[in-house]
Design a protein around this ligand. Structure first.
Ligand SMILES: Cc1cc2nc3c(=O)[nH]c(=O)nc-3n(C[C@H](O)[C@H](O)[C@H](O)COP(=O)(O)OP(=O)(O)OC[C@H]3O[C@@H](n4cnc5c(N)ncnc54)[C@H](O)[C@@H]3O)c2cc1C
Length: 259
């Protein structure tokens, strides 16, 4: 088990629903890839018993960052963690995104906490000189936290929200088709919404663009033992059930079965 105790550098509320945590990862020896995740103990005590999975939001030289939405008991407990305390994590876990460095431009389609997951990929893209267009969808403008970060990476960012009445699938489809008219897109990456993932899958199929999806299923052990996070993927031999924690969380967009 890849368990580590990483010193917390900061843990701050950044909007009404989101928190941002920075930890010292200098003692981590394994490389970290965008799309991978850590299974985090949410409190210094034993409650809640099960760890919770979080993607890596930013990967720096000696720190990593998480962006998390306060949803239930675990994430509520996480907000009490203080700078100077140790964060008990297992990871990095799972299979990350693959990004071809010869790609010209990639398209990111993210919703809600999925934006945190795709931000690390945008960071890798800029490091590899791959251009990025990103559609970020959220309930409100307040929740579009990574928009500035992505714009700072040079990404062409399109923001859609319920608040503005712009987040419906038809509007997102129009934006995507416009991007595809103006750019040669070499990969579509999506996370955070079934509706937008289905749209991304249909468009990727129509334009024959390879794509990947990061799934955020409920997880138990995150070690492949409990089968709590199973999803279906299409193989040559038929549909196969796979574990998101072990075989994912990143899967081929073409192959994943989106219910
Ligand atoms: C690989 C992976 C990466 C993730 N990365 C991030 C991230 O970067 N930032 C972030 O904020 N969140 C992320 N999540 C989601 C995060 O793990 C859950 O929001 C968290 O576990 C909720 O814990 P909780 O104790 O606060 O809520 P709980 O009390 O466990 O649940 C509260 C409510 O949320 C629902 N819920 C819990 N987990 C999930 C889930 N995985 N999908 C859908 N609904 C859920 C429950 O059914 C319940 O209704 C990720 C999940 C996965 C699997």
């Amino acid at each position: 088990m890849k368990q580590h105790f990483m010193p917390i550098i900061s843990n701050q509320q950044v909007s009404s629903r989101y928190w941002h945590m920075v930890v010292d990862s200098s003692r981590l020896t394994s490389p970290i890839e965008p799309g991978q995740f850590f299974h985090i103990r949410c409190s210094q005590g034993s409650f809640p018993f099960l760890r919770r999975p979080f993607s890596i939001y930013r990967i720096n030289e000696s720190t990593i960052e998480f962006l998390y939405l306060v949803k239930g008991e675990g994430t509520q407990e996480m907000t009490h963690l203080q700078a100077g305390e140790m964060l008990d994590v297992v990871g990095p876990l799972g299979v990350g995104f693959s990004l071809d460095k010869s790609a010209d431009t990639i398209l990111l389609v993210a919703r809600g906490v999925g934006i945190a997951t795709l931000a690390a990929l945008a960071q890798e893209a800029v490091e590899k000189n791959v251009k990025c267009a990103a559609i970020l969808s959220a309930r409100s403008k307040d929740d579009l936290l990574a928009a500035d970060l992505l714009q700072g990476f040079g990404a062409e960012v399109y923001k859609v929200t319920e608040e503005d009445g712009t987040s419906d699938v038809a509007n997102v489809e129009e934006i995507i088709r416009g991007i595809l008219k103006r750019n040669k897109i070499d990969g579509i990456y999506t996370c955070g919404s079934r509706r937008l993932s289905r749209l991304s899958q249909n468009i990727a199929n129509e334009y024959h663009i390879p794509g990947e999806i990061a799934l955020e299923e409920h997880m138990g052990c995150a070690m492949g033992a409990c089968f709590a996070c199973v999803c279906d993927v299409k193989e040559d031999t038929g549909v196969k059930s796979v574990r998101v924690c072990l075989e994912g969380p990143v899967f081929s967009l073409e192959k994943v079965v989106l219910g």
